[in-house]
Structure formats: C-alpha cells, structure tokens
Design a protein. Structure first.
Length: 234
C-alpha cells in the first residue's frame, strides 16, 4: 500500500471534498476525505461513514451492553474501526473489560495511530483495555480461539448493503454461527444497519440466536438506522 498524507486540510471551493489519503490494498481502494469540517471514509467508491454524528455507533455499543443484563466486566469485540466512534464510546465506559477491535484495512488503522483520525481515538487507543487486531473479521470469527461477551458489527452499511461481496457470507446462517462461536454463553451479537432488515432478523433466529429484536436510531432525515440484536445460546 502506498501512503501520502496531507494534513493541511485547507479550504476547497464550492464544498468539494478534499482527498487527504488514498490507498490501494488487498480489498480495493480506501480514501480518507475532508469535506468542510467532516472526515469521511470511502471504500471502493462506497461511502462508509463520517465524523458528523456517531449516535448510531454509540447506540450499537450501548445496546450490546444493555442486553448483557449487568454481567460484570464484559469483554467486547468490535468489528470495524471506522472513524472510531464505537471504540471511543466503549473505552469511555468503565463497565467494559477487554475492548478488541478487528480492522482489515491498514490504512484506517494508520489514520488512527498517526493520522487525522487520531484526534477522535487517541485516548481510547491508550486505554490498557484496548487492542487493535489487523484482520478480516470474517476470517477472524472462524479462526480465533478468543471469546467475548459481546460482538458489535459495523463493517458494512448493513446485512443487505455490504462493502465487498465476501462480507455477504457473514450475514448468512453459517456466518452467524461463526459469530456465535466467539461469544461466551448468553453473549450478545449487535449488528448496525443503515436500514431495517426483516429477513436478517429471521436469519438470526434460524442461526440459533434468541431474544432477537431491532432497535431504531433516529437520524436527521430519511429512514432510521437500526441495531439488530440477538442473544447467543446460553
């Protein structure tokens, strides 16, 4: 991967997004842009997220913790580092134990460690509970021997709007079974989505998850974001 940072940001005419860094990696192109006061991540031409809000990412983490019913010091696995909202919110909550974040894009990790996104995540990354795992989440949940109390997924725009074709398997019964294998008894799976997916809720039931439900997260305009929740076998 090639690297070239421009952290001056500057002002671009007519609100045109300014590219700060562009990388070609094993999964395609990843771009970090500044648009006005926002930082944006674009993968293979698909808008992933920006720094405009973060309520959905924070709700993802809170919903998972709430579904654990007061389990002391639970460990959480966060799928996707993104702009760092989920990580920062988890690290700000002393109730969490270990906080592991799986991120497959080296570029995104670098933007947090030494690039423009460090302003959002530096404190969380310094937290001794935090660990960054550079890996593909699909492979990780199939191969790791580690287990967690909660798994929070935010690597796509939802089960029906994946960033890469390979991610589609994660939302199948087989993929959800792999997610369940990294959960401790009664652990919680929380999946962020830009739109509700009744079919995915059914798949969660079919994969053996219990107490399946969908929580809506209001947004400024358009269809609410949602968090799909399911409790693994106990």
């Amino acid at each position: 991967m090639s690297t070239s940072y421009d952290t001056s940001y500057g002002t671009t005419p007519c609100g045109t997004p300014e590219v700060i860094d562009r990388r070609e990696g094993p999964y395609g192109e990843v771009v970090l842009r500044r648009h006005g006061g926002l930082l944006q991540i674009i993968a293979n031409g698909c808008f992933l997220m920006d720094t405009s809000d973060g309520r959905s990412e924070r709700r993802l983490v809170d919903a998972a913790l709430g579904a654990l019913d007061g389990r002391p010091g639970p460990d959480v696995l966060i799928g996707g580092l993104g702009v760092g909202f989920s990580l920062a919110h988890a690290a700000a909550d002393p109730r969490w134990g270990r906080i592991a974040v799986v991120e497959r894009e080296r570029a995104i990790i670098d933007w947090h460690l030494s690039g423009p996104l460090a302003e959002l995540s530096s404190e969380a990354l310094e937290d001794p509970r935090t660990e960054i795992v550079e890996a593909d989440l699909v492979a990780y949940v199939n191969e790791t021997s580690d287990t967690y109390d909660a798994l929070c997924l935010d690597i796509d725009n939802g089960p029906e709007w994946t960033v890469t074709e390979g991610n589609e398997n994660l939302y199948s019964e087989a993929g959800l079974a792999a997610c369940a294998r990294v959960l401790r008894p009664g652990g919680v799976l929380a999946v962020w989505s830009a739109t509700p997916s009744p079919d995915f809720a059914k798949t969660l039931w079919n994969a053996g998850f219990q107490q399946v439900r969908t929580e809506e997260i209001p947004v400024a305009r358009g269809v609410p974001d949602v968090v799909h929740l399911g409790v693994g076998p106990g």
